[in-house]
Ligand binder design. Structure first.
Ligand code: SF4
Length: 347
């Protein structure tokens, strides 16, 4: 069974716990700063907390962190992928991407994923379990500690790793709120991007949370028939409903929504699909991110040629839709979109 860690608690919960132990109210602020700002990895470091309190914390709220395992590095790009071992023996992957001044961490929210997108290595692993808020945040803190050694900081977080964040909504939001807390890690809400495959209730809930985080929706197809083949969850929430939920998000936050579209050669990369996509998005506060497919072992898709990618992009632009082609990072170390996994795929 998973033992709760202090990183699973909100500031208010931690404060309530310490007050319940008879500690003065400023203790929670001290402890919070050690955990989230000074990036402590052991209660022993927290020398301004009384010894007795440190002993009780170690006993009742162990500061267990995921144990880093294999690290893969693409030195040319500066992309790093780490395998993190969790306390119950499961493992997840998290990625650090360096681009200019940006230091972006891509985090996982589940071990495996229940959605099973046809083109995704994680999806083929199946679903194992949800991550706790602390396990989600720990991925960011892991890279924050590494960057600290060179005087750098994490500047952005993308929730795009293993798992569907809105199928683990509460833990994902708690991790974001904790990382956003001004007395701790203090990463601004606009520095987060949450990527969903179109879980409508999650999009609507996020709209109500009024958090100013960026929302990315993985559409991958402009019509339900094709989408259902690529994203099995599309059966539950048709394109029309997903777009309505996105409109509600825009209305609540004023934020532009990004639509992710993985380009699979000969499957969804034709001009016909580009035009259909443009018809859907024209007039909406939307931006399309085209992701030429990153090959992963055991997946039956091909990356389209650069010429085809360019033609798809031009067609969207011609119809007045904002678009960029995402330069995939980490592909050489299987850290690109849809390539994360911690188990061997079935043949
Ligand atoms: S693309 Fe995302 S939602 Fe789809 S199977 Fe992979 S991890 Fe899950």
């Amino acid at each position: 069974m998973h033992v709760q860690s202090p990183f699973d608690l909100s500031f208010e919960e931690l404060e309530g716990l310490l007050l319940g132990w008879g500690e003065p109210s400023y203790r929670a602020r001290q402890l919070w700063a050690w955990l989230w700002r000074r990036l402590a990895t052991d209660y022993a470091e927290m020398t301004d907390l009384p010894k007795g309190l440190r002993a009780r914390l170690s006993q009742e709220l162990p500061l267990s962190l995921p144990r880093p395992g294999a690290l893969e590095l693409d030195a040319e790009e500066g992309t790093e992928k780490v395998l993190l071992h969790l306390s119950d023996g499961e493992a997840i992957e998290a990625v650090l991407m360096r681009e200019g001044d940006r230091r972006t961490v891509c985090v996982s929210t589940q071990v495996g994923c229940p959605v099973g997108c046809a083109f995704c290595a994680t999806g083929r692993m199946g679903y194992v379990r949800d991550l706790t808020p602390g396990e989600i945040a720990a991925q960011v803190l892991h890279f924050a500690r590494r960057l600290q050694e060179s005087g750098e900081r994490v500047t952005h977080v993308v929730v795009m790793g293993m798992g569907e964040p809105f199928l683990n909504y509460a833990a994902t939001l708690k991790a974001i709120r904790n990382l956003n807390h001004p007395q701790g890690f203090g990463l601004g809400a606009r520095r987060f991007t949450v990527s969903t495959v179109g879980v409508v209730p999650g999009i609507l809930q996020l709209a109500e949370a009024r958090l100013q985080v960026n929302l990315a929706i993985s559409l991958h197809a402009p019509d339900d028939a094709l989408r259902r083949e690529l994203v099995p969850l599309g059966r539950k929430w048709p394109v029309r409903e997903v777009l309505q939920a996105a409109d509600a998000y825009v209305a609540a936050t004023g934020r532009r929504v990004t639509y992710e579209y993985v380009l699979l050669s000969g499957v969804n990369d034709g001009l016909k699909e580009a035009r259909a996509l443009a018809r859907l998005l024209r007039g909406r506060l939307a931006h399309v991110n085209l992701i030429p497919f990153n090959p992963a072992p055991g997946l039956p898709f091909k990356r389209p040629s650069d010429r085809r990618v360019e033609a798809f992009k031009r067609e969207l632009l011609r119809h007045g839709v904002d678009v960029t082609v995402r330069r995939s990072r980490g592909v050489r170390i299987q850290a690109g979109c849809g390539q994360l996994r911690t188990r061997h795929l079935p043949p």
